[in-house]
Ligand binder design. Structure first.
Ligand SMILES: [Zn+2]
Length: 734
């Protein structure tokens, strides 16, 4: 999923109604015991014995179904007891081991046969998941466990409750005809989401640019050259055709942002912006259908809208609470965002000597890039020379050691365990507690690999007995452009920030010590999930942390503090504009899946109105950016979570970490009061225990973050006056 910073990432939610997320078993020598530390003997992918070959996925599924079916019969005959929940968790562990492994394999394995078998395994196991999620004997067992007072711990009581709620999200408690309709709708929704994503790949839009001089030389190699005949009268009469060279810009998001950043020709940027923001057109109809299907689903489930159904279990608890949070933040950020807008517009007027020139959306990236570089003289190759990848990993290790007293030790991969020669394996090791969990790193981009950055779970942590704990295993998949292995593998700062973000997710998983894997690490409500990752981004910006590892790859010189200050300055320059954009995105997501008018309004005018009302920028007629907003698929009504996480992380950073970010005291607080609990504790209790009651605000039965930390950080409430900001921005920029 994409974060605020535009990266793809993290927690993979396999199905909206995925009850069973991950697994294991109480039999010894079973097929699902991953070999955490291998003594060099041959094994299968991720340490699963059965995955020695692509076809192994078939048996992996067979064995998982066999084992789960045994457990299903076992659970159905149990009296109300803690054992019901333990066995349910084991079913989940068993099945999701296949789901998770197949998902990782499909996204990263270079061998087509592995990918195909993983895809088949994924389809089969998903069918089985549907059987489990609609199984009445399991549901009745969970109901019994929840209500008969047999749960002896808070975590088991919470697990019983959470399992029951998850079952009901699939409609198991409804009448037969309603359940039938829910199943139909869920199938439709899955198809519509797939179509929407496929259209983004097959129809990104394009514009043809002539002459070639419209495109700066340094990005020409990224574009496809095209030719057209140009016939002058003279040449025509002589039947001679000259060929003029131009370029075709494919307006997918990545290429569009390069064009908007680097192309000086206004007309080329304008055409690219309009084309990119109105493709794929077919997604407008698909989105209408998706909204209708989700709305019907929400209503069958007894809610007034899909947003209401979807937000109900979260911290926020209702769309009204989310909306009031977004509107409040929007109001606070507006003056500063307007100042930034005016500064960009004034810069443009001055640059082109056009005193009344307006500012268009296709100007933003180009002009803000120029303003940042003239204010701070930041050269990305200079910055990246301080961030060789190997040192960045050492820096993370030093941070983890300071904070938690644990270290990442590189351990050898057994034959058959890895999927590519770039993959590294680390154990998170504590001198007194032993290994805490395992981490695979697959950091470099390559053809056919998942294009973003993501945290994949392979196994969740789980208590097997009084003396045994199943250690968590996760993989971090990134797409750093630097080639592996050589001394040239260096990160730019955005990549470094991404690395720290993803490590935040990994630490959440690896330090988790929940009794049930159902609650392991990142398996928390959506508006809590991005807090650790956002928190660890602060570490990538703090000089006290950076100076421990950011050293010039040739000279060994520690990164100058002045350079880091400039980087921070550049980051802050248009921070309000960026925050305003994220609020706008969250409002789109919330509004489209909120209560529906009759007849439904067209989404393009809804989005245009939101843009005009809540951003400093104008809507461009004919564009419909939301037809490529793929967060609407996985996170329908959940996009606000990024902003919740940003606010919570800001408070946690200021109150626990900022004074001495590498102290053991900070680490121990984070670990014992937050990270180790995963989803096992009530999220509001977790946050209150960590920071204090003031981190939360209560409204209409829901919870929203306190905004003070973020406002202080972004100088939003007590910032300098309008004229001061505008003139200082102009001074630096011009
Ligand atoms: Zn994330």
């Amino acid at each position: 999923m994409q974060t605020l910073n535009g990266r793809n990432e993290s927690i993979v939610f396999f199905s909206k109604h995925l009850l069973f997320r991950n697994f294991s078993t109480f039999q010894k020598n079973n097929f699902f015991t991953s070999i955490a530390r291998n003594n060099g003997e041959e094994t299968g992918l991720y340490g699963f014995e059965l995955l020695k070959s692509p076809k192994g996925f078939q048996r992996f599924v067979d064995e998982a179904i066999k084992r789960s079916s045994e457990l299903v019969s076992y659970v159905s005959n149990l009296p109300s007891s803690m054992e019901i929940i333990r066995a349910m968790d084991e079913i989940s562990d068993t099945v999701c081991s296949v789901v998770d492994s197949a998902e990782l394999c499909r996204n990263t394995h270079p061998d087509r046969e592995f990918v195909e078998e993983a895809t088949k395994a994924s389809m089969r196991i998903n069918e089985y998941l549907h059987f489990l999620n609609t199984n009445h004997s399991l549901y009745n067992a969970v109901l019994k466990a929840e209500h008969n007072g047999a749960m002896q711990t808070d975590e088991s009581q919470k697990a019983a409750h959470s399992l029951r709620v998850d079952f009901e999200k699939g409609g198991i408690h409804l009448s037969a005809d309603k359940l039938h309709r829910v199943n139909e709708l869920n199938i439709d929704i899955a198809h519509l989401c797939r179509e929407f994503s496929e259209n983004m790949i097959t129809d990104p839009g394009f514009v043809d640019i002539f002459p070639e001089s419209g495109i700066p030389k340094h990005i020409q190699h990224l574009l496809k050259p095209i030719y057209r005949s140009c016939t002058s009268k003279e040449s025509h009469s002589r039947r001679k055709h000259n060929k003029e060279r131009g370029f075709r810009i494919t307006t997918d998001s990545k290429m569009l942002s390069s064009v908007l950043q680097w192309v000086s020709d206004d007309e080329v940027r304008k055409q690219s912006y309009i084309q990119g923001n109105s493709s794929p057109r077919a997604n407008i109809d698909i989105l209408d259908k998706l909204i209708a299907a989700r709305h019907e689903l929400g209503q069958i489930m007894g809610h007034k809208s899909f947003a209401d159904f979807s937000i109900h279990p979260n911290l926020a608890s209702s769309p009204e609470v989310v909306k009031s949070f977004l509107l409040e933040l929007s109001k606070i950020v507006r003056p500063k965002a307007d100042q930034e807008f005016n500064a960009i517009r004034d810069f443009k007027r001055k640059k082109y000597n056009q005193p009344y020139e307006g500012l268009e959306p296709w100007d933003e990236t180009y002009l803000t890039g120029m303003m940042k570089s003239s204010a701070y003289d930041l050269e990305s190759s200079v910055i990246s020379s301080y961030f060789p990848l190997s040192q960045c990993l050492e820096g993370l290790n030093a941070m983890v050691q300071s904070l938690f007293g644990a270290t990442f030790c590189s351990i050898p991969l057994a034959p058959g365990e890895s999927w590519h020669e770039d993959v590294l394996k680390m154990a998170l090791h504590h001198p007194e507690e032993g290994d805490l969990g395992y981490l695979y790193l697959d950091l470099h981009s390559r053809k056919g690999k998942y294009p973003g950055c993501a945290h994949f779970a392979i196994k969740g942590g789980r208590r097997i007995s009084a003396t045994e704990y199943q250690l968590p295993i996760v993989a971090l998949v990134c797409n750093f452009s630097a080639p592996p292995g050589s001394s040239t593998a260096r990160l730019n700062h955005c990549e470094l920030e991404t690395l720290f973000h993803e490590f935040g997710h990994a630490l959440h998983s690896l330090l988790s010590r929940t009794d049930y894997q159902h609650f392991s690490g990142t398996r928390v409500v959506i508006d809590l999930a991005e807090i650790p990752s956002n928190l660890f981004e602060y570490y990538a910006w703090d000089y006290r942390v950076l100076k421990t590892f950011a050293k010039h790859y040739l000279t060994g010189e520690v990164i100058p503090e002045k350079l880091v200050e400039s980087m921070k300055g550049a980051k802050k320059m248009f921070a309000a504009t960026e925050l305003q954009r994220q609020i706008f995105y969250a409002l789109i997501d919330l509004t489209l899946f909120g209560e529906q008018s009759s007849p439904p309004k067209d989404t393009t005018s809804i989005v245009a109105n939101l843009k005009t009302q809540f951003t400093s920028w104008n809507h461009v007629e004919g564009t419909h950016w939301h037809s490529r907003f793929n967060h609407l698929l996985n996170y329908g009504s959940g996009y606000y979570s990024y902003l919740y996480a940003k606010c919570f992380a800001s408070t946690i950073w200021q109150e626990i970490c900022e004074e001495d970010p590498l102290s053991r005291a900070a680490g121990s607080t984070l670990r014992t009061k937050f990270l180790q609990h995963g989803g096992a504790k009530d999220p509001s209790t977790l946050l209150k225990d960590l920071v204090g009651d003031h981190i939360l605000r209560y409204q209409n039965g829901g919870i929203m973050p306190n905004l003070t930390g973020l406002c202080k950080e972004m100088e939003l409430m007590n910032g300098p006056s309008k004229s001061e900001v505008t003139s200082s921005l102009l001074q630096r920029a011009c």
